[in-house]
Ligand binder design. Structure first.
Ligand code: FAD
Length: 494
């Protein structure tokens, strides 16, 4: 291995991944390393990636980003979860929220108590015991010390990259505009030594971060790291996207609407809505998808629809030699649960914790890649679950998903839940038990048993426990302002 100290970091690419990496490295390691980012004005960013999950707030706190400035600069809105319409079957909808449903208990999670309640005749949905979920349904949002709320953002991806660019440049990151035309390697060990730009200049570095998007210029085109194709489990391979003018107040959640060959997203920002139709081109043509998207969206189109092709899967190694891949260059699972930006963040944090100040060693690389493996596998399983557990009867795409083989790790989780109602998390699971239960129950999987711990409560105690919890949620939601009111008061973009 190359035990040369690492002090010069070169980031190739300036989309969300590139600027998140530049912001974090300059802010947190800027005294020890220099950061240079190369991006080409002639190669556009992917232009999507506008829904996030709550840990993004942790990164912002770590970087000292002012929340109000960030929200105003990116036209952001608050996100409390995702509504899945038509996923269980054509007529059903449920919300996967970021909240905790009911109360946590050492032995059996809340859903066991709710399942016993159902048996005893209560008629409240599982989601009625979740504050964030009910706030989302009511179109409300607020923050108070009495009732903490777990949330993420919808944001404008281009404005977010611009915001992070200013943040990084103010802290000393150097930006070079130019097209990378050649990746130069050391003959001794195959490490990248420099990048040659179209104007002939050369940028040297010790560690290279590949943020060149689907091109994967360094990690794949130069280092040939390899790709694991997951399209047999996650068959969608195209998205057609378009932005529309808002026709109503922004909802505090993302919408995911299933259709006969995939699904469609609606991501509300302060000033517009991002829309995308995700599908598998074996079951729907691009032209038909564009026509369908145009007829489904609510407001006036802001731009012409465009298609983005992708192959679900992952780069075999996130860190190979002296190159770390972040963002789309490292692979793409699916936009369904908004996990890509999150993976950029966890990649950055892991890299900083393992940063090779004294030189790159096999043990550092192995640790990075092992942790990445478990994280990716758990996200992969969570997303496959949405497709596998479906009861749609409108065509070959959903039949395929229902009948397809799934990874053993997911099969075990589904069997355990169906047979016993239990959910246990794996190492690296970013989704909590609450997420698994909300989505499994939402998709229509009802366990054959619930935990016997619930028998410790009498029927009367259980009824009171459930109705008190529901009343608490209802009261807390009643206190909240509408999502739009909250934005107007605290963080309205100009
Ligand atoms: P890009 O945005 O493609 O940026 C690549 C950069 O590399 C650009 O700056 C480009 O100029 C530069 N570059 C490329 N080649 C060269 C070269 N030769 N020389 C110099 N510069 C070069 N994620 C979420 O978290 N939530 C979502 O809701 C979500 N939805 C998505 C929907 C779809 C359909 C897709 C495809 C992705 C979605 N993602 C989502 C993923 C998200 O868009 C990406 O993770 C994120 O935008 C990061 O992209 P990137 O920076 O890796 O690549």
């Amino acid at each position: 291995m190359d035990v040369k100290p690492v002090s010069k970091v070169v980031i190739a690419g300036g989309g969300t991944a590139g600027w998140m990496a530049a912001a974090s490295l300059t802010r947190l390691l800027g005294k020890s390393v220099s950061v240079t980012l190369i991006e080409s004005d002639s190669i556009s960013t992917v232009g999507v990636g506008e829904a996030t999950i709550p840990p993004i707030r942790t990164l912002h706190k770590l970087l000292g980003i002012n929340e109000q400035s960030f929200i105003k600069a990116t036209n952001a809105t608050f996100k409390l979860g995702i509504e899945f319409s038509g996923w269980r079957n054509e007529d059903h909808a449920y919300i996967h929220s970021f909240g905790i449903t009911g109360k946590e208990c050492w032995a059996g999670e809340f859903h066991h108590f709710w399942l016993r309640g159902l048996e005893k005749g209560i008629d409240a949905d599982f989601g009625e015991y979740c504050f964030e979920l009910q706030a989302a349904k009511a179109g409300k949002f607020g923050m108070s010390n009495q009732q903490p709320i777990n949330f993420a953002y919808h944001l404008d991806a281009s404005k977010y990259a611009q915001f992070l660019r200013e943040f990084s440049e103010n802290l000393g990151a150097k930006r070079i505009e130019g097209k990378i035309s050649k990746v130069n390697k050391q003959s001794s060990n195959g490490f990248i030594s420099s990048l040659t730009l179209a104007d002939g200049s050369e940028v040297e570095g010790d560690l290279f971060i590949d943020c060149t998007g689907f091109r994967a210029l360094l990690i794949e085109q130069s280092l040939h790291t390899g790709y694991d194709d997951w399209s047999h489990w996650l068959p969608c391979n195209t998205a057609v996207t378009v932005q529309t003018k808002s026709v109503s107040e922004p909802l505090p959640y993302t919408k995911s609407l299933a259709h006969d060959a995939g699904w469609q997203w609606q991501i509300p920002l302060q000033n517009r809505v991002g829309n995308g139709l995700v599908f598998c081109d074996k079951y729907l043509s691009e032209d038909a998808a564009i026509a369908r998207l145009k007829s489904n969206v609510e407001g006036e189109l802001i731009n012409e629809p465009r298609a983005i092709k992708f192959l679900t899967g992952r780069r075999r190694k996130g860190w190979h030699k002296n190159c770390v891949a972040l963002g789309l260059s490292s692979g793409f699972i699916e936009p369904l649960e908004s996990t890509s930006i999150h993976l950029i963040m966890t990649g950055i944090v892991r890299l900083m914790r393992l940063f090779p100040f004294k030189g790159i060693t096999d043990s550092l690389i192995d640790e990075y890649n092992t942790k990445l493996d478990s994280e990716l596998n758990s996200i992969r399983d969570f997303i496959i679950m949405h497709y596998k557990v479906n009861n749609r009867r409108d065509g070959a795409f959903w039949d395929y998903c229902r009948q397809m083989d799934i990874p053993e790790s997911l099969k075990h989780k589904l069997d355990l839940f169906q047979e016993t109602g239990r959910v246990f998390l794996d190492d690296g699971d970013i989704f909590r038990v609450d997420s698994w239960t909300q989505v499994l129950l939402g998709q229509g999987m009802v366990p054959q048993q619930y935990h016997p711990i619930t028998a410790e409560m009498s029927d009367a105690e259980l009824t009171k426990f459930l109705s008190d919890l529901k009343a608490q949620v209802d009261n807390a939601v009643a206190q909240l302002p509408s999502h739009q009111q909250f934005i107007n008061q605290h963080c309205k973009a100009n």
